[in-house]
Design a binder for this molecule. Sequence first.
Ligand code: JHZ
Ligand code: ZN
Length: 412
Amino acid sequence: MTAEAAVACRSCGGLDLHPFLDLGVTPLADALVAADNLDAPEERYPLQVAFCPDCALVQILEEVPPHKLFVDNYRYFSSYSDAVLEHSRRHATSLIDTRRLGPDSLVVELASNDGYLLRNFVVAGVPVLGIDPAPDQAAAANAAGVPTIDAFFGSDVAETLRHDGRVADVIIANNVLAHVPALNDFVAGMAMLLADDGLITIESPYVRELIDRVEFDTIYHEHYCYYSCTSMERLLRRHQLHLNDVEFFPDLHGGTLRWHVGHHDDPSDRVVEYLQRERDAGVDRFAYYQAFAIRVEDVADRLRTLIGDLVASGATVAGYGAAAKGATLLNYVGLGTDLVSFVVDRNPHKQGRHMPGTHQPIEDPAVLGERRPDYLLLLAWNFAAEIAAQQRDYLAGGGLMILPVPEPRIMP
Ligand code: JHZ
Ligand code: ZN
């Protein structure tokens, strides 16, 4: 199966992309397989990561059409993670305070999913608009009282909204810029929709953490791009937008940055510091990425050996979290149902289906009580603390958890 292979950088258009990691030809990470479809061939696409020396953006070469990823096969609902809900509630509360938002304001969220974040503004009486292309999630948001347009955002949507007299005081773009192939059109749309004195906040996993903590499993076809402050700043500047502050959340999705962006140019000391530290570390040069493939292979080998040895000694292993990153991990490491027999996930939209490629059945976490696997491989390792707290009984009964990255180990 081949889709478009990108030859030009999605940000600067540079033609000198340097590949540094090849994860093979893999199924789409969220294309969970229905039980009656297990014999049908799955669509598979190359998964190769490259660095652009012209603007420092890390990106995959393949360009699977977004419709296939976010409309046909998307079962990710943000509301199934308590840590995400709490992080979002705090974000909303702080925006309401610092931006003095009220009944005359407008908060727009791009990729608003099931309304997990915007509902905090709704209860505070602040008008909101969600925009999300995933039909089931947009419908769930509307049903929950969060007005949501079911569409891909871009300059055309921004223009229509502007034409209707809608201007955003705050635009929130959490975990969406990684998911956008037409990056410049998307950022142009944000610039167009933002009020003169408005604020955009953007959250995305930090590429430095991906590299340093060997989070190779967060690479999949939905994630076209992987950001640093350097690449983000260069992208924004092209659209007369400015990076004015940056915050770091080390535990969120393996290390997330939140960038504060506006029409005016007023960088905080933190922005200046982050950019300087990235230059010092070489995040803007290819050498920084070159050894990554060897480290990924080493982690994969060790995880395969660890689980292979456990199973050979008679132990049973299941996976926790039918996460997109779980699909990359199982497929790249080569963990079939002979090694990891099933996966649990509390999202009912995922239960009853099977992991892409490796085909583990996805069950309700309640089955752990009866089936009691000896080990739980944390495919959603980013929620290790939340899962451990929730699985106290499993742990108290002698069950053990395995963390796959940054190096495979049995917890604690
Ligand atoms: P989770 C998602 O990636 C999707 P994924 C997306 N591509 C993205 O960019 C990142 O998030 C940021 C379940 N779970 O969130 C819920 C439990 O069952 O790490 C999820 O299915 N019980 C937009 O899919 C999965 O695990 C729990 O207690 O890699 C976690 O997936 C918790 C906390 C989660 O991301
Ligand atoms: Zn570039």
